[in-house]
Design a binder for this molecule. Structure first.
Ligand code: SF4
Ligand code: SF4
Length: 303
């Protein structure tokens, strides 16, 4: 198979992004992630396979999806629509039958050429703004061969500025392989204590910190992102540990990502429960002070 025919699973492509790297950007969202952060604002990104999403507030109860479903996974019970998620295989047959936009399937197989053709349409804007393409997710490194081929095409063949948003929860080899076709990278550090990291994300942080240390010696422009979650990682002890780690590693640029719950409705759409209901605001100004006092260059992310 040619490189441009190589397929991966993507759940969204957004254009005109302003906060995922320099200039105006197109952002490609890969489906699948080795972590399951309790606060994840893109819960549809976590599972590697396509998934049915159902938005009840848009449903008028017409029953068209019930008739269209070949698996009998949808039914009206007590006046409301029920989906049997154990039976639904996310085939998407019901989606075009819903005229009210209450159903969609998140995740689609696309090949490198299809994605490149779409982003090429914005080439002039990338040139004018100093922008390019950002690969996000989910975790792009969870589809390492697809990521490598897509980056090679975007960076080496088309000549675009490329950026990766990553949890770095991946083997170093996969990360090292893509560095020659990467201009910039955002890497999340979610907690310095591995046990706490596991409670919040489902996995420890040892390999993430190892990858961050190794990146410090590489040519790629690296920015460390700290998603700031109230009551989870915004205490002074963790923030000081982050600052100390970054100073020791020689990673100077930090971006704080304040907590928000904008992904709340998507949990309901996936039939899931939102597991991180913060009652307080994150301590953003305290985090800025602690990291800045350590000599780091700190920005607060704009959404
Ligand atoms: S995605 Fe397929 S299986 Fe699931 S409810 Fe729709 S038609 Fe039925
Ligand atoms: S087709 Fe759409 S609006 Fe009609 S019952 Fe199904 S989800 Fe609701």
């Amino acid at each position: 198979m040619s490189s441009t025919g190589f397929r991966g699973t993507v759940f969204d492509i957004q254009h005109f992004s302003l906060h995922d790297g320099p200039g105006v950007r197109s952002t490609i969202f890969f489906k699948g992630c080795p972590l399951s952060c309790r606060w994840c604002s893109n819960p549809e990104s976590q599972d590697a396979s396509p998934q049915l999403m159902f938005f009840p507030h848009l449903c008028v109860g017409c029953g068209a999806c019930v008739a269209a479903c070949p698996s009998r996974a949808v039914a009206v019970k007590n006046g409301s629509l029920r989906i049997d998620r154990a039976v639904c295989d996310s085939c998407g047959e019901c989606v075009p039958h819903c005229l009210h936009g209450a159903r969609s399937v998140s995740g689609k197989a696309l090949n490198v050429q299809e994605i490149c053709e779409e982003v090429r349409q914005h080439w002039r804007l990338f040139q004018q703004s100093g922008g390019g393409v950002t690969l996000s997710g989910g975790e792009p490194l969870a589809q390492p061969d697809f990521l490598y081929r897509l980056l090679k095409e975007l960076h080496d063949e088309i000549g675009l500025h490329t950026c990766l948003e990553t949890s770095a929860k991946a083997p170093w080899d996969a990360l090292e392989r893509i560095l020659p076709c990467l201009d910039m990278l955002f890497l999340d550090i979610k907690h310095m204590d591995s046990a706490a990291h596991k409670r919040g994300t489902g996995a420890g942080n040892g390999d993430i910190l190892d990858n961050a240390r190794r990146l410090a010696g590489c040519a790629v422009e690296a920015v460390i992102r700290v998603p700031l979650m109230p009551g989870f990682n915004d205490d002074d002890g963790n923030l000081r540990a982050v600052a100390s780690f970054l100073c020791d590693a020689g990673l100077a640029a930090v971006e704080i990502m304040p907590y928000h719950n904008l992904g709340f409705a998507k949990y309901e759409a996936l039939g899931r429960t939102y597991a991180f209901a913060a009652k307080e605001e994150p301590r953003v100004s305290r985090a800025v002070d602690i990291l800045t006092d350590s000599g780091l260059s700190v920005e607060v992310h704009k959404y």
